[in-house]
Design a protein around this ligand. Sequence first.
Ligand SMILES: Cc1cc2nc3c(=O)[nH]c(=O)nc-3n(C[C@H](O)[C@H](O)[C@H](O)COP(=O)(O)OP(=O)(O)OC[C@H]3O[C@@H](n4cnc5c(N)ncnc54)[C@H](O)[C@@H]3O)c2cc1C
Length: 462
Amino acid sequence: MTGPRRVVVVGADAVGMGAAHQALRTAAKRGESLAVTALEASSHTSYSACGIPYWMAGDVDSGDDLVARTAAEHRDAGIDLRLGTEVVAADLAARTVTTAAGDVLEYDDLVVATGAPAVVPDWARRPDGRTYDGVGVVKTLDDGAAWVSSFAEAGPGAHVVVVGAGYVGVEVAEAALERGFGVTVLTRTRGMAMLEDEMSDLVNTGLVDAGVELVLGAEVTGLEVDGDRVTGVRWDGGTREADLVVVAVGVKPATAFLENAGLDGSGLELTEDGALRPDPHGRVADHVWAAGDCCEVRRRIDDEWVFRPLGTHAAKHARALGDSLAGGDLSFDGMVDTSITRFSSSGVHLEIARTGLSRTDAEAAGLDPLALVTEGTTAAGYMPEAEPIAIWVMADRTTRRLLGVQVVGGRGAGKRIDTAAAVLWAGGSVDDLAWMDLSYAPPFATTWEVLQIAARRVADRL
Ligand SMILES: Cc1cc2nc3c(=O)[nH]c(=O)nc-3n(C[C@H](O)[C@H](O)[C@H](O)COP(=O)(O)OP(=O)(O)OC[C@H]3O[C@@H](n4cnc5c(N)ncnc54)[C@H](O)[C@@H]3O)c2cc1C
């Protein structure tokens, strides 16, 4: 091979550019050079989608504040970044990708970093496939900009219906309340269904206390429209007038361009949902690498592949991928299913976090789980900082292994989950969590930290 190794990256956001920069750094350390070309369908690169709900709420002034690195910065680092360039096909045997404009690029290594676009159900679309005016998803910077301007245009008394009550739905409900709108949240299941019922109930109560009309078990069946504009939402149990409808019902891996790439015999496989399953170095087949939202991740506790499209996994896996591609050996050794969000508006402040398995996961893994909810405070009860907190802890009766922890509470509650995640990461027991050395002073915790009381209560009953 003459010239530097040609790396083609498809998708130039968190994973694509994270991996590209890491590959260049590792290659430089090894005295090698790479020719990196990054192809990005949209006109944006390297931004924090996670910050979009807070931009919609008015906590963040501008979309520019969410940009981590500009296109110019990538190019200055030597990356041939091509925006507005969608890849529509690949040929794994010939090692080429083809763009929508018909350009064919050869690669020595291909990085699939295409993420997972938001799902837009048929009921949200006009006959021509576009969404009705006033209806949209929250995924890209362009979506964020569209919502910020729709929020600004909507008059006082406008009503926003949010479909979906996962992380994005809850964060958007907060944003809409903060903008002074009436808010209805419709969910097919319950609020934050990734939580156990008793913890999800606390979130539901918080939403309602903040003034959200929350409809559980609602299956949306269609929209009321006036021409191209939405005027309401219909579900199996009712209707609600709406000026704006935010659809937050999940995402799906963007791997369609690989479907006819000659998968047979390539070693590359897509799951039924189109996800890839990379090894800890990000390798999915010879000369093909992937990480981030287009992939599933391996959960260490039960060794299951799960779809968890989160930036925290994406960033780590991208770094390992970039390093490994350039000859290093960094690896992303799975996760323990940790995540966090908050709902904060109208006098309600809830921090919501989870790590580990759900009870259903644990039972499916053949474990014998015992779980309890413990209530307490985030600081000594006599301190003004003290806020209520509820903690769900689950451990295995046979091995005493910690299996999962969930937290819902006021300020200071949420990041307690990281202590539990560290125990899970290390494969520790509920006794480790109950007895490990954690910090204490009245503004931060009770003498027996509430997380440790919760663990102790479970340990006592095993
Ligand atoms: C509203 C919101 C809030 C979030 N909050 C959090 C949070 O609090 N914590 C957390 O951990 N995670 C959060 N996430 C998730 C996090 O943003 C993602 O996990 C992360 O962006 C994934 O990075 P990625 O590079 O894999 O995918 P993406 O960021 O989606 O990037 C993929 C890129 O590939 C491009 N692309 C796709 N197909 C093609 C193609 N065929 N050709 C060329 N380009 C293509 C896309 O245009 C896109 O720019 C949030 C996401 C959203 C939307």
